[in-house]
Ligand binder design. Structure first.
Ligand SMILES: *Cc1c(COP(=O)(O)O)cnc(C)c1O
Length: 421
């Protein structure tokens, strides 16, 4: 392939410029305006849909990032200095970092092997143990729709109710995924969406918080705009944040909403094709919906490599330091201090990544669990080995509107050719 096949990439509908031009024409180049209102309305319609049943009545606030949405969702749940928040360990760091912004401590809970997301049994164990050890309940629970796959939200909600702990759903990767026909992010007290450049849809950068009602929507809006009291001058009684989405970004979002359903359909189509084309390859298993309750958007299509699968060159991997980090288009990374860490993908996974890379195909290991990240070494964790094992054996494959059926055949051909013997 001449052009590199990227993992996941923003894909424009062609309608974005119209909304942006309107914003310029009407002088709305600010973090509020008709595009922000319009995008919120579009999102509300989308997330409230229940496939023919009475729609929900959730409210949406557009913010500058999904990370900001996690932060404000937790703030709205009353999370503060010294509190604990239960977070799915198998996630991207934006689920847990905002817990620390509030001076609280994340308590990590491992995954179950079916959805790869928060294990409800372990969640309950963790709640009971935290109550015993600290005398206090965790303040919130954050399950994560990793790679778009729904969590066992019925069980998790049940446990949340039982102990009176609010759920903040991190559906940043799961825009449009459904559980029993209902859109993720609408089950818990709050739901987080992301429109970063590599997510299901993009506003270049941005996010949103799904709120239970108008009152909480207003409260989130208040904190997202520096917490200004109603006086003719700046009057502050609370600490606020500058987290509102710009009207320009929201214009991109409105354009993107016109292709969201198409994008989701394409991700699901690719997933099916991967399953079909890899079905006869021993040692490679695609991650699929565990049962018909789960309806993933397959933001990223992911596969597991059996440890016994031999990939060409696997005895030579991890000899050289890597320059740059994964996933950060604009990120500045620190130089790696070693070629290996005590928790990393198996040699065959890294060998496959290198072979695909040489064939101009971007792939990526699964996310490294937070309880194995050095920065969280002191955070309590309730583990069963599932996420560490997924991290050791998994790989993310190119997924999204820019990936054609021909690309996908080329990718699977290269996987086949990489296998020894
Ligand atoms: C991307 C992401 C976020 C944060 O979204 P940003 O818009 O990048 O700040 C949060 N959680 C998960 C799981 C994500 O993948």
């Amino acid at each position: 392939m001449k052009d590199r096949i990227l993992l996941c990439l923003a894909h424009m509908s062609g309608r974005e410029m119209k909304f942006i031009e309107e914003a310029f024409a009407d002088n709305w180049v600010v973090p509020l305006g008709p595009n922000v209102n319009g995008f919120e309305k579009d999102l509300e319609e989308f997330v409230n849909d229940r496939q023919g049943e009475t729609p929900l009545d959730k409210k949406v606030v557009c913010l500058s990032a999904g990370t900001a949405a996690v932060h404000l969702g937790l703030l709205a749940c009353g999370v503060t200095q010294g509190d604990e928040v239960i977070v799915q360990s198998f996630t991207f760091c934006a689920s847990s970092h905002p817990v620390t912004y509030l001076g609280a401590t994340p308590v990590f809970v491992d995954s179950e092997p079916e959805s790869w997301n928060m294990d409800p049994e372990l969640l309950e164990t963790a709640i009971l143990d935290r109550i015993e050890k600290t005398g206090r309940k965790p303040k919130a629970i954050i399950p994560v729709a990793l790679y778009g796959m729904p969590y066992q939200i019925d069980r998790i909600m049940e446990i949340g109710h039982k102990y009176g702990i609010p759920i903040v759903e991190d559906a940043a990767e799961g825009l449009g995924s459904r559980f029993r026909g209902q859109v993720l992010g609408t089950f818990g007290q709050y739901g987080v969406l992301s429109f970063n450049g590599n997510k299901m849809i993009t506003t270049s950068g941005g996010g949103a918080l799904i709120c239970p009602d108008e009152e909480s929507r207003k409260e989130i809006l208040f904190y997202a705009t520096q917490a200004r009291e109603a006086y003719p001058y700046y009057q502050h009684e609370k600490i606020g944040y500058n987290y509102r989405m710009s009207n320009i970004c929201a214009g991109i979002g409105r354009g993107q909403m016109t292709v969201l359903d198409e994008h989701i359909a394409h991700h699901r189509h690719l997933q099916e094709l991967y399953c079909e084309l890899t079905a006869d390859i021993d040692g490679i298993t695609m991650h699929c919906n565990p049962n018909p309750d789960f309806d993933s958007n397959f933001w990223l299509c992911t596969a597991l490599l059996s440890p016994s699968l031999r990939i060409k060159g696997q005895d030579e991997v991890y000899r050289q330091k890597v320059s740059g980090a994964v996933g950060g288009a604009a990120g500045v990374t620190h130089a790696a201090s070693s070629t290996t860490t005590d928790c990393q993908p198996n040699d065959n996974v890294e060998a496959l990544r290198l072979i695909l890379d040489a064939a101009n195909i971007e792939s990526r290991p699964l996310w490294k669990p937070m309880h194995r990240q050095p920065v969280y070494r002191n955070a309590p964790a309730y583990v069963n080995g599932v996420s560490a094992s997924l991290f050791a054996t998994g790989i993310c494959l190119p997924s999204g509107p820019h990936v054609t059926d021909d690309h996908l055949r080329y990718i699977v051909d290269n996987i086949r050719a990489a296998i020894e013997g």
